[in-house]
Ligand binder design. Structure first.
Ligand code: DAK
Length: 262
């Protein structure tokens, strides 16, 4: 049997646990190829469909989250082949269809397609060893999995241009200052911190979690007016749930809410 390119495990005790997906091509620093992206997509969809899972974590190794798209698999690709195969579009963006929160736990290199994959997650928690970059320009291409669009939204135009045009790497401290990552933690505490964040999410009302995620993502996809209008509709719709009644009643009664997911 061939070795899997992603490893999955379920962590936690409560009614909703955390699904952890570990990218696993250690010798190639988790360089992303089609087979790995197919397996990642299947693992994400499996956890998304599992009622016992509240939150999903995508991580890599200590040395690399992922060092980019696999250059050896792309080197000879022609323009006609890239179009015919729908390269990237076919299976690299499954993560964008996942409704549950997906946290990227990044240690070491997150370069090229690896940085783009991390940015497709809902938020990034980084080890102090993390290094982010879009170095594609050094190999005669440009970022092709959303990097030119998501990086400027995350860090602003000037820093994104700097990274995309010079191919320089950004360390974890700079990534936190720039807003690319939500927190930086010591490398040996990375998974503890990420699993604690996931647990905090697992304890919340599943409906508000899914809808809050979709609203924040809306801010990234369209214009401000559309986003605010979308948020208003979703906000109104939450008043149809039992969890809204329970959450507010619990606050007023100074007790913990008992979520039912209804
Ligand atoms: N692809 C394939 N193999 C890779 C790789 C990659 N991206 N990155 C590393 N490896 C392999 C190395 O070749 C080496 O293999 P062996 O020689 O041992 O067989 C092994 O991993 C260990 O790497 P190093 O020996 O280089 O390790 P170091 O610690 O010295 O250096 C490094 C680590 C991350 C700085 C270095 O490996 C590096 O610069 N890697 C390449 C980083 C990079 O350029 N990444 C961007 C890839 S391009 C598109 C859409 C999207 C994309 C493209 C097109 N279209 C829609 C058309 C996306 C493109 C990319 O992501």
């Amino acid at each position: 049997m061939t070795e899997p390119l992603v490893l999955t495990q379920t962590i936690g005790e409560g009614a909703r646990r955390t699904g952890v997906i570990t990218l696993h091509r250690p010798k190639q620093l988790n360089a992303l190829n089609d087979a790995l992206m197919d397996q990642l997509g299947a693992a994400l969809q499996g956890f998304d469909a599992d009622d016992g899972i509240g939150c999903i974590v995508v991580t890599g190794s200590e040395k690399a989250f992922a060092a980019g798209a696999d250059i050896s698999a792309m080197a000879k690709k022609t323009y006609a082949e890239a179009i015919a195969e729908n390269f990237i579009g076919r299976n690299w963006e499954t993560i964008l269809t996942i409704r549950k929160p997906v946290i990227a736990a990044v240690s070491g290199f997150a370069l090229g397609g690896g940085c783009e994959l991390a940015m497709m997650c809902d938020f990034i928690i980084a080890a102090d060893t993390a290094k982010f970059g879009q170095p594609e320009i050094k190999i005669g291409i440009i970022p092709g999995a959303g990097g030119t669009q998501r990086l400027p939204r995350a860090v602003g135009k000037s820093k994104a241009m700097d990274m995309v045009l010079t191919a320089r790497m950004m360390d974890a401290a700079e990534a936190e200052r720039a807003g690319l990552v939500s927190r930086v933690v010591p490398a040996d505490k990375l998974m503890d911190e990420v699993l604690a964040a996931a647990d905090a999410i697992n304890a919340l009302s599943p409906a508000s979690v899914l809808l809050a995620k979709s609203c924040v993502n809306k801010a990234f996809e369209g214009g401000l007016a559309d986003g605010v209008q979308h948020e208003r509709r979703i906000f109104h719709s939450l008043f149809a749930t039992e969890d809204q009644k329970e959450g507010m009643a619990a606050f007023l009664e100074k007790r913990k809410p008992a979520w039912t997911g209804r």
